[in-house]
Design a protein around this ligand. Structure first.
Ligand code: ADP
Ligand code: MG
Length: 323
């Protein structure tokens, strides 16, 4: 099989009938570059992410999971900007040509591409240590992109889904244990919150997707917005599969663990009743976990009312006992 055949194989598997109203490329795979038509009144949202074997995923990750996840992480960026997915580009660096591997990889990617209506419009194929770069392009109405910078004092902080499941699965796998299926799914097959992101226009004052961990990512929002926050630790939503963990272990994963690809957004306090409506419409759990303050500090409130401050790894008790 040649590189040309490999591209044909990818193209064939990762293609589907465009939905009505989809923004099909004018020229897709097969020329020197793609030609894309931007609908009037829309802006382009562009994001790119690279996954490198041994850095972002283990050599034991299955090709199907890898195909799904490498597209999912870019779609999650589009979701956090409130964008509708339109096209993506796939730059693959492969150690060799392996038709069975490519087939499984492409199938993992194809399901997500079709479900979210994003078209593979081009890419690049080279040889070398396994790495995957996805560039995803989405559309928003001009001026409507959700940003990190708009959080205001008194806004409520909301997270989608549950937190910590992906980090828990990774921890177990690293320790040689087998995680519960639901946690493994969070790690390997994240579900980008595209419908939710689009639903937040005109409501969210800021938004980010949780790739590095709640406190780290919320920290980016606070920095961009010039604000602080208070988070109530007992409100953090847990997945079922973490039910058996003790509280300390669980909170560490929920505040510091990455790879959840949930959305964290802020809304004005008087709009809180709308959360129940959106939760019903999208079927995604939404949890208010705290509020924006003017202090520029990120504080965590424990169950007993004790105040902790956020650190890079998670949270630390303010009244130091050295631990
Ligand atoms: P060039 O040498 O002109 O850059 P390539 O042979 O790299 O052209 O690519 C030929 C066509 O195949 C282009 O349309 C390119 O976008 C597409 N392509 C190459 N690799 C991939 C890939 N991994 N996934 C999708 N499309 C690809
Ligand atoms: Mg060319």
């Amino acid at each position: 099989m040649s590189e040309f055949d490999l591209i044909r194989q990818l193209q064939k598997i990762i293609s589907f009938e465009p939905r009505p109203g989809a923004h099909a490329s004018v020229v897709g795979i097969g020329d020197d570059a793609a030609v894309l038509e931007l609908p009037p009144g829309r802006q382009l949202i562009v994001t790119t992410d690279t996954l490198v074997q041994g850095v972002h995923f283990s050599p034991r990750t299955t090709p199907g999971d890898l195909g799904h996840k490498s597209l999912a992480v870019s779609l999650s960026d589009l979701a956090s900007m409130g964008a509708e997915p339109a096209w993506f580009f796939l730059a693959l660096t492969l150690p060799g040509i392996d038709s069975a591997w490519t087939d499984a990889f492409a199938k993992g990617m194809a399901d997500l591409a079709e479900n979210t209506g994003i078209e593979l419009a081009g890419g690049d194929t080279t040889s070398g240590p396994l790495s995957i770069t996805v560039t995803a392009l989405g559309l928003v109405e001009t001026g409507q992109a959700l940003r990190r910078s708009g959080a205001r004092e008194g806004d409520i902080i909301v997270v989608s889904g549950s937190l910590g499941g992906a980090a828990f699965a990774l921890k177990m796998i690293t320790a040689g244990e087998v995680p519960a299926a639901a946690c493994a799914e969070k790690l390997h097959r994240p579900d980008p919150r595209l419908g939710l992101g689009c639903r937040l226009h005109g409501l969210a004052t800021s938004c980010i997707d949780l790739s590095d961990g709640l406190l780290a990512d919320l920290g980016h929002v606070l920095h961009a917005s010039g604000k602080g926050a208070e988070i109530h630790l007992e409100r953090l939503p847990s997945p079922e599969c973490m039910a058996k963990l003790n509280e300390t272990e669980r909170l560490e994963l929920q505040t510091g663990g990455g790879d959840d690809y949930e959305l964290c957004f802020t809304i004005p306090r008087n709009r809180e009743p709308e959360l129940a409506v959106i939760q019903r419409e999208t079927g995604i759990r939404l949890t208010a976990i705290g509020e924006i303050t003017a202090s520029r500090k990120l504080l965590c409130i424990a169950r007993d009312g004790e105040v902790c401050h956020a650190s890079r790894k998670g949270y630390e008790h303010l009244a130091g006992d050295g631990g």
